[in-house]
Write a protein that binds this ligand. Structure first.
Ligand SMILES: NCc1[nH]cc(CCC(=O)O)c1CC(=O)O
Length: 348
């Protein structure tokens, strides 16, 4: 703790922890600041919230307005200008490759990473199986639609954008067209809306997104003090699992808008160890065609001793997936998207 405080000749450093201005982002930032304060009671922390391009542009499809960097770019500018010290992100929204000079300093303990079903207020259904034929299910994730289309061919999946409040208003409106929404459980729970969940959709029905449910803290690579603070709030099991998932996605070259799913478990093999220790990592990766087929899925189970070894397992998993059909699926999607961009008048 003492090493992290400023030298006695200078004023103590105030750490500004920043994120997007959405309700969820603010809640997540407060989780990070609470952990920092608990670990470093003598240091000063404050928060800063800014709206990003992704928050402002809610009408155009995500593949038109750009990739994942949409949510992080403005924040990274503030980080690089030293206007703020740490950025809090939903890890699943963080690109697998960060800009030069930035890195993920911390990954905090994951909430349940699964997706959940929320049914329109007043309707008696609990699960996707119970929804009447033709029901409209709202989700803007190609991963969810691709994986669910084959098992539920009689349901219609429709895009829904906006923050959680907007989405719930659209769902519950008596004249609205949605019968249900699929959302990440973690976001619902963190916003105290867990009571609206009618069921969880887990593997093997639906594999969650890479990094889903975990918080990531981005810092400048040359900020040794921030790095040390981040190390103290990192949950090593979540870190190993999510680094493996992200390494897989990096090799698959997918952003948030590719139908890649994951399910990861880690079992420490030395139960007496309190920190990172030899563990059994079990990771499943999936890549699904946009219509539900083809679907490739592989599970690797390996003993690992470090986060680097976790990443190596994720990379290996991606290579196996690529060789067994993922490459054809992803190439197809890229072609299709480029064609749509040309139609929409956007240069690639
Ligand atoms: N893409 C939007 C997004 N980014 C993170 C979350 C929820 C929290 C999380 O997964 O960590 C959500 C909403 C959702 O997918 O329902």
């Amino acid at each position: 703790m003492a090493e992290a405080s400023a030298s006695t000749t200078e004023a103590p450093r105030l750490f500004t922890v920043a994120s997007r201005a959405s309700v969820l982002a603010q809640i997540q930032t407060n989780i990070v600041v609470d952990s920092l304060r608990a670990a470093f009671p003598a240091l000063d922390f404050t928060t800063s919230f800014m709206s990003t391009e992704g928050d402002k542009n809610q009408s155009q499809a995500l593949y038109v307005i750009g990739g994942k960097a949409l949510w992080t770019k403005e924040l990274e500018v503030a980080l690089k200008e030293h206007a703020v010290d740490m950025l809090v992100h939903s890890l699943k929204d963080v690109p697998t490759t960060l800009p030069e000079g930035c890195e993920l300093g911390a990954i905090l303990e994951r909430e349940d990473p699964v997706d959940s079903l929320v049914v329109k207020h007043g309707l008696p259904y609990k699960s996707l199986e119970e929804l009447p034929d033709g029901s409209v299910v709202g989700t803007s994730s190609v991963r969810r639609v691709a994986q669910l289309r084959k098992a539920f061919p009689k349901l219609q999946f429709m895009d829904v954008r906006g923050n959680l409040t907007t989405r719930f208003t659209k769902l519950d409106s008596p004249t609205g067209s949605y019968t249900a929404l699929i959302l990440a459980k973690a976001g619902l729970v963190r916003q105290n809306l867990g009571s609206r969940i009618t069921c969880d959709l887990k593997a093997p029905i639906l594999f969650h997104a890479v990094g889903q449910g975990a918080l990531g803290v981005e810092i400048l690579s040359n900020d040794a003090q921030a790095k040390e603070l981040c190390k103290a709030i990192t949950h090593w099991q979540t870190n190993w699992k999510c680094r493996a998932e992200r390494a897989m996605l990096r090799v698959l070259e997918g952003g948030c808008s590719v139908p890649v799913g994951a399910a990861t478990e880690i079992e420490p093999l030395d139960s007496s160890a309190s920190g990172p220790t030899k563990s059994k990592l079990t990771i499943t990766g999936t890549v699904t065609g946009l219509t539900g087929t083809p679907h490739v899925q592989t599970t690797l189970e390996e003993e690992i001793n470090s986060v680097e070894e976790a990443e190596a397992v994720g990379e290996k998993l991606a290579r196996v997936l690529m060789e067994t059909g993922a490459k054809a699926i992803l190439d197809d999607i890229t072609k299709d998207r480029d064609a749509k961009k040309v139609e929409a008048g956007v240069s690639k």
